[in-house]
Structures are given as structure tokens and as C-alpha cells.
Write a protein that binds this ligand. Structure first.
Ligand SMILES: Nc1ncnc2c1ncn2[C@@H]1O[C@H](COP(=O)(O)OP(=O)(O)OP(=O)(O)O)[C@@H](O)[C@H]1O
Ligand SMILES: [Mg+2]
Length: 229
């Protein structure tokens, strides 16, 4: 089958004063081109789950496979390459580079993968314009609103045409019109077989996915995108 992600018996615990088990024995398969919403109460482990899929953190136990290859093996050889070229994450806190303008934040992502400068600038301007930021290209993050910063972070994740996009509450600070624009971009990418997993607390947005994954008490449950959980 055409699975981009296979998660097998995944556990994640954190150890502070005592051990807390966040993800407990999760097994899920995600097919190429799936548009998946990720739900769960605050603190249930959505960001933790996305960080594991982005290879930013390691499982306590269990395996994650990306295109049939175990993450543990990928991390040992060329983690940066796979992450840079094939997987993009939009962080819950957008993590823009504060000394770079909106345009530079997006441009650098593409340029650093070896695309030529003029073409990187052209493509970055286009995507920022598509996201309604034509007149904000030269603004630094501190001079942008929360929603504008979030759109720059989204442009930065999309610009490299990754196979997998992990979006952690990507529309959290956006109004309805902008959320719809982002969702339409998701649909456009899905038509090109990009796989997208987005965490959200917005049920309306969650219901527009192909299906929903809900993290409840450390377990994951799959349900149809068109029905309520
Ligand atoms: N590095 C860490 N060390 C210890 N505990 C952590 C760490 N990272 C996350 N946690 C804990 O794990 C739990 C899950 O956190 P996570 O950020 O994944 O939740 P979430 O579902 O994304 O919540 P939200 O909807 O509020 O964003 C929380 O209780 C959090 O305090
Ligand atoms: Mg979170």
C-alpha cells in the first residue's frame, strides 16, 4: 500500500520529577495524499506527536517509518536532508527568524536547498502574495500581526514542495477568511499528492479533512472527517 507514514506501537514519555506517559502504544498508517486533522484536548500530545513525525524528537519506544524507511535509520544517515526536502513543519509558535524580513524568511528555506537566488525570490514573492502579504514582504516579524506571522510561517513550510506537511494549529491566530485561504492551499497541495496533518481545536476545520485522528488519554482514534467525533 502507498503509506507515507507507518507508526508502530509508538510510546512517548517525558521524565521530569516523575514519568508522564503522553502517547501509549499508538499504531497508525497514513497514505500519501491524505489530508488529516489531529484533535485532542490541550496537553493531550498533539504537538508531541507532530514533533516525533518531524524527527525533532525521538520516541520512547516503537517505530515510525517514512516511505517504508525507519526514522531511526534516517536519523542516523541523512536526517537533515529528508527533513529539509521532504518534511515541513509549521510550529505552534511560528519560529520565524527575527532578523529576517518576511520575504527572507521564506526565501532562505528554498535557497538553502540549492535553488538559485532569482528563482527562490520569485517563488517566495508569489506564495506570500497568494497568502495576502504582497505589501508586507519587507516587514520584520516584529512588525507583523500574529496572523501575518503565521501566514509567513505557512509560506515557509509550503515553498519547498515537501511530501509531508505537519501543521501545528496553523490557523490558530487567523480569521475565517484567512483560515479558508490556508485550507484552500491545503486542498491544492493534496491534489498534488502532498500529505498534510494539521492539529486544530476548530471542529469546523477538522471536519473538512479526509479523516480525523483524535488523541485521547494517550491513545489515538480515527474517525470520518465528515462526521463529528
Ligand atoms: N519536553 C517536555 N518535557 C516534559 N513534559 C512535556 C514536554 N513537552 C511536552 N510535555 C508535556 O506533554 C503534554 C503534551 O504536550 P503537547 O504540547 O504535545 O500538547 P498539545 O496536545 O499540543 O496541547 P495544546 O493543544 O495546548 O497545544 C503536556 O502535558 C506537556 O506539559
Ligand atoms: Mg500543541
Amino acid at each position: 500500500m502507498n503509506n507515507i507514514i507507518e507508526i508502530k506501537n509508538l510510546y512517548k514519555s517525558f521524565f521530569l520529577k516523575k514519568k508522564i506517559n503522553i502517547l501509549k502504544n499508538i499504531s497508525v498508517k497514513i497514505k500519501k495524499g491524505d489530508l488529516v486533522s489531529l484533535l485532542g484536548p490541550s496537553g493531550s500530545g498533539k504537538s508531541t506527536f507532530l514533533h516525533l513525525l518531524a524527527m525533532l524528537d525521538r520516541p520512547t519506544k516503537g517505530d515510525i517509518l517514512f516511505n517504508k524507511k525507519k526514522y531511526s535509520e534516517i536519523i542516523n544517515d541523512d536526517n537533515h536532508k529528508v527533513r529539509g526536502e521532504k518534511i515541513s513543519i509549521i510550529y505552534q509558535q511560528n519560529n520565524l527568524l527575527s532578523d529576517f524580513t518576511a520575504l527572507e524568511n521564506v526565501f532562505i528555506q528554498l535557497f538553502s536547498l540549492g535553488e538559485d537566488k532569482d528563482s527562490s525570490i520569485k517563488k517566495s514573492k508569489k506564495i506570500l502574495t497568494d497568502l495576502g502579504l504582497k505589501n508586507r514582504l519587507n516587514h520584520f516579524p516584529s512588525d507583523l500581526s500574529g496572523g501575518e506571522q503565521q501566514r509567513v510561517a505557512i509560506a515557509r513550510a509550503f515553498i519547498t514542495s515537501p511530501e509531508l506537511i505537519l501543521a501545528d494549529e496553523p490557523t490558530g491566530s487567523l480569521d475565517t477568511a484567512n483560515s479558508n485561504d490556508i485550507f484552500n492551499l491545503f486542498l491544492k497541495l493534496k491534489s498534488k499528492k502532498t500529505t498534510i496533518i494539521y492539529a486544530t481545536h476548530n471542529m469546523q476545520l477538522a471536519n473538512r479533512a479526509d479523516y480525523k485522528l483524535s488523541i485521547i488519554d494517550g491513545n489515538i482514534r480515527r474517525s470520518n472527517g465528515k462526521k463529528s467525533v
